[in-house]
Design a binder for this molecule. Structure first.
Ligand SMILES: Cc1cc2nc3c(=O)[nH]c(=O)nc-3n(C[C@H](O)[C@H](O)[C@H](O)COP(=O)(O)OP(=O)(O)OC[C@H]3O[C@@H](n4cnc5c(N)ncnc54)[C@H](O)[C@@H]3O)c2cc1C
Length: 288
């Protein structure tokens, strides 16, 4: 497996700038996120405070960012990272589409407005999971509930249903799909809380209660402390120093994930610092 110099997680301004800076410094870069950059960029109406791009629309800014990355030879791998493990002198990244390795990692995954459901964090890994494809093998002949936030999650449901006895699928978006077979789709119910009762993961919603051997919550974003075991947080944000270094050697963070103000230029600036810090770290690593 190729071991990249730097893996960047997130394709908003922080991640794109980090990847471009790393590329300028001749590092091999794995950039994971969305080919379309970030919804927080493309969906903004009018932006007035980004240097060099006055009164730009979110769509045009997104295009400018992506064109810049392309011109620099930065490629985006469309994938979602589920976990990052520090292995000492390298990191293992577990993603939906497969596994990757990198000598250093830059976390630029933004901030999610969604709060975990009551009971979610307490039961994580003990009935609650975030990746159906990763855990599908554990569900042979068992039952599962999926709380889904995007049509792309339907593929994950189908994969899980190939192994599981039955799957209950609760889309939190306008569902127009064609899931069938052993998958029961229950649209328009709002999850409220999760508890484990007699080995069953019980999901309470505003309409009914659903019990299964496990619950998968497929949000676009995973809480940083779940993404990287052992990561030190400062409230809801990743704790960093002025070099954007976290408490884990070789792991840096930048953008909204490190704290306010939530601004494009601050995110891009931190992406630049994080990449330069990762470059220095790689130089030290090479001397060992
Ligand atoms: C409507 C709106 C208007 C705004 N207007 C302004 C403005 O005018 N001026 C201004 O300065 N700021 C504005 N902001 C704030 C700005 O959008 C954010 O500060 C900025 O986008 C943060 O950049 P980021 O790169 O840190 O994170 P984001 O832009 O949120 O990007 C995070 C990226 O990480 C990806 N990601 C997340 N988790 C994973 C994972 N597990 N695996 C792989 N990829 C992952 C996401 O898909 C996304 O691509 C606005 C925000 C909104 C919502």
């Amino acid at each position: 497996m190729e071991r990249f110099d730097i893996a960047v997680i997130g394709t908003g301004p922080a991640g794109l700038e980090a990847a471009i800076t790393a590329k300028v410094r001749n590092k091999t870069v794995l950039l994971l996120g969305q080919k379309t950059s970030s919804d927080k960029v493309s969906k903004a109406h009018q932006i007035q405070n980004y240097l060099g791009l006055p009164n730009v629309t979110g769509q045009d800014m997104s295009k400018a960012f992506l064109d810049h990355a392309k011109e620099m030879g930065v490629e985006i791998t469309d994938d979602k990272v589920n976990a990052v493990y520090s292995m000492g002198d390298y990191f293992a990244l577990q993603c939906h589409g497969g596994d990757y390795e990198a000598k250093s990692v830059i976390l630029a995954a933004g901030m999610s407005a969604m709060k975990p459901f009551p009971g979610e964090m307490e039961n994580l890994g003990r009935g609650v999971s975030y990746c159906a494809t990763c855990d599908a093998a554990l569900y042979k002949g068992r039952t599962a509930t999926i709380v889904a936030y995007s049509p792309e999650d339907e593929e994950e449901a189908e994969f899980l249903a190939e192994r599981a006895a039955s799957v209950t699928y609760l889309p939190q978006y306008d569902y127009n799909g064609s899931l069938g077979g052993n998958i029961t789709v229950v649209p328009k119910v709002k999850p409220q809380s999760i508890e484990m009762t007699d080995g069953q993961a019980v999901l309470k919603t505003d309409v009914d209660t659903y019990s299964a051997d496990g619950i998968f919550i497929l949000r676009a974003q995973v809480a940083p402390s779940q993404l990287v075991p052992g990561l030190t947080m400062d409230g809801n944000h990743v704790a960093v120093d002025r070099n954007m270094a976290t408490n884990i050697a070789g792991l840096y963070a930048c953008g909204d994930i490190t704290g306010t103000p939530y601004q494009y230029i601050k995110a891009a600036g931190e992406g630049n610092v994080a990449a330069l810090s990762a470059v220095s770290y790689l130089a030290e690593l090479a001397k060992k």
